[in-house]
Design a protein. Structure first.
Length: 127
C-alpha cells in the first residue's frame, strides 16, 4: 500500500493539488466530514472494499485507478473499465489496453462451476 500511496501523492503534487494522507478504519461520512477542505478522497484499500457508495459523503470518494486517470493525461484515453487493484501505480506504468487486458484474461485460469476448480484456457495453436 505504501508504494501506491507514494505514487498517488507524486501524481497529485505534479497536478498541482494539495495532498493529505490519512489512516483510518472503516470510512464513513461522519469521519470524512471532519475534513471540509478536502475536495476528493482517494481510498487505497483492498479490492473487496475499494468501491463504496459515496452519495452520503460530502466529497467524492474514488479509487486509485480513477485518481491516476484524473491526475495524468490518461483521462482522454480511458480504456472503458475500472481496476480495483492499484498494481499499475505500484509498477509505475499505465493500465493495460483493452486488447492486452483481453489477451491476459484469456491466459489466466478461471473457476469452473462444473468441475468445482480452476481450469486453464483452451487456446488453439495456429501454425
Amino acid at each position: 500500500y505504501r508504494s501506491a500511496i507514494d505514487r498517488l501523492r507524486q501524481l497529485a503534487t505534479q497536478a498541482g493539488k494539495k495532498v493529505y494522507t490519512m489512516s483510518m478504519g472503516r470510512v464513513n461520512p461522519n469521519k470524512l466530514a471532519n475534513f471540509p477542505e478536502v475536495g476528493v478522497f482517494v481510498l487505497v484499500a483492498c479490492c473487496q472494499t475499494a468501491l463504496i457508495d459515496s452519495k452520503d459523503f460530502y466529497a467524492p470518494v474514488i479509487t486509485p485507478f480513477e485518481a491516476e486517470l484524473a491526475f495524468t493525461s490518461q483521462a482522454e484515453n480511458w480504456p472503458g473499465y475500472i481496476r480495483l487493484d492499484f498494481q499499475s501505480l505500484v509498477e509505475g506504468h499505465q493500465a493495460p489496453s483493452d486488447e492486452s487486458a483481453g489477451a491476459q484474461a484469456m491466459d489466466e485460469p478461471r473457476f469452473s462451476f462444473l468441475t468445482g476448480g480452476y481450469v486453464g484456457s483452451h487456446k488453439s495453436e495456429e501454425g
